[in-house]
Design a protein around this ligand. Structure first.
Ligand SMILES: [Zn+2]
Length: 474
């Protein structure tokens, strides 16, 4: 059974789903006001791997990740650029999904936008005011954190310590420094949207959107809430505080991943472009960044350097080489084989003991560094076994590699027609798509990808541009 480190209890706990056979989780998504950075990429990949693994073990997953499309930073950018907040949010949301796709991550089951939930948020704030847990000031409505039992649970600090902390909003009318805005009163302007409410026109605070959307889409007592370590306090603490104040059961397990570190000042110049996820993806195989993420434990800092990216690309070459040497291994069934179930007829056989070993690493707080090192050890053994002349045993090891790689979201590339083998029509579409991508016209690039797909090609983005191979299912 999967065990994860729970930030609330500070312990590694078994993840027992609320509903047998299902798993529900909520991840805080981006505030869409700028290009995604490496930290966003790590977040997407950490939770993509969690989801793929849980799905591979046979659970039905509901994955919700929001888009924060109303926020001070969005409004600020809109004002600077003489645009509306909606225009800024729309532009960067489109870029966000393009990056998620390029990372090879599964899109969330549901991806609510904050602006679609303002009515629900007003209802929740009204309930908090009626319950005496929130109060009105000239600036808006605030949650009285002193009224919430266990406030400080995720920060692992006492309320007194938090009160003297610096990372809180300043407002002279607040009853306590840790109290936070549920509703900010503001008149609508050209750049900033405002909604009518019982407390005057304005907009909701960030901490209210996630508690409303997670409870609405996943229900009380959902299985897991995740995000980066920087969200633990005040964002997650404050989401939780609102649920607790209303007696609602909130997330069972809290999962937070570490930061991304780019080498110090000395290297910052040569790394300049890598700090943008988009530029990293333009220059490298997206799987290399995924492998880099997997090679660090999710709770540890992740260091990204040109050398570590290059090293991951070399390692991917070994994975792809094994897929080319043993193409039959690619026909292995989807998901993780049930223990002791044996082959289901016609399927390539895998090494069950190795799969069990992989699962025990993943069940141990997603120990992906151990899982990845097992995979590369299996690659080495598959090649050595084939060199020694035992083809059947080598194929079994190679098929095991494929199952592990796919569960981690690293699709191995076997023998395939490259762009050179595309027909004239596809070659033309590829050329136009690469030009659109170079011009950052993602709408056109997406449309051309869809067109290739309709003509029976699977489209992949590599360092040298668009690559296609025949879709066997079409
Ligand atoms: Zn959130």
């Amino acid at each position: 059974m999967l065990h994860l480190h729970d930030t609330a209890t500070g312990r590694t706990v078994p993840v027992v789903p609320r509903t047998a056979g299902a798993f529900s989780f909520y991840v805080c998504g981006p505030t869409v006001y700028d290009v995604p950075h490496l930290g966003h990429g790590r977040s997407v990949l950490v939770f993509d791997v969690l989801r793929r693994y849980v799905e591979a073990t046979g659970l039905a997953v509901v994955h919700v990740a929001n888009i924060t499309d109303v926020d001070d930073k969005i409004i600020q950018r809109a004002q600077q650029e003489d645009r509306t907040a909606a225009a800024v949010a729309g532009q960067f949301e489109e870029l966000w999904w393009d990056v998620v796709d390029r990372l090879g991550a599964l899109r969330p089951t549901r991806a609510p936008r904050a602006t679609e939930y303002v009515g629900h948020m007003i209802d929740l704030i009204g309930e908090l005011v009626a319950a005496g847990a929130a109060y009105e000031t000239p600036g808006g409505v605030y949650l009285a954190t002193g009224s919430v039992p266990g406030y400080g649970l995720l920060a692992h600090q006492q309320l007194d310590e938090l009160r003297t902390g610096a990372r809180v909003e300043v407002d002279e009318h607040k009853q306590s420094p840790t109290d936070f805005a549920l509703w900010r009163r503001d008149e609508p302007s050209a750049a900033a949207p405002a909604w009518p409410s019982p407390w005057g026109p304005g907009r909701p605070g960030w901490h209210t959107e996630c508690v409303v959307m997670s409870l609405d889409l996943l229900g009380e007592g959902f299985d897991l809430h995740g995000g980066g370590l920087d969200l633990r306090f005040p964002h997650h603490e404050n989401e939780r505080a609102q649920a607790v104040a209303l007696g609602r059961e909130f997330a069972h397990v809290w999962m937070h991943h570490g930061f991304v570190e780019v080498e110090g000042e000395k290297m910052s110049k040569s790394l300049g472009n890598f700090t943008s996820l988009v530029d990293l993806l333009d220059r490298t195989d997206a799987r290399a960044f995924r492998l880099l993420v997997l090679r660090s434990h999710y709770r540890s800092p992740l260091e990204v350097t040109p050398a570590s990216v290059a090293d991951a690309e070399t390692a991917l070459g070994r994975l792809d080489a094994v897929a080319r040497r043993f193409p039959e291994a690619l026909s292995v069934g989807a998901g993780l084989p049930r223990q002791g179930a044996g082959p289901t007829g016609g399927e390539t056989v895998v090494d069950e003991a190795e799969i069990a070993g992989f699962q025990s690493s993943m069940d141990d707080d997603l120990d992906t560094p151990a899982a990845v090192s097992r995979m590369f050890d299996l690659i080495r053994r598959a090649n050595a076994t084939a060199d020694a002349g035992d083809g059947a045993a080598a194929l079994r090891l190679a098929a095991t590699v494929v199952v592990i790689a796919r569960t981690l979201g690293l699709e191995p590339r076997g023998p395939q027609p490259g762009a050179g083998q595309a027909d004239d029509e596809a070659t033309d579409l590829i050329r136009r798509r690469d030009a659109a991508r170079a011009a950052r016209d993602f709408t056109a690039a997406d449309a051309l990808r869809d067109e290739l797909h309709e003509r029976g090609w699977i489209v992949e983005d590599g360092p040298e541009g668009t690559r296609v191979r025949r879709d066997p299912s079409s």
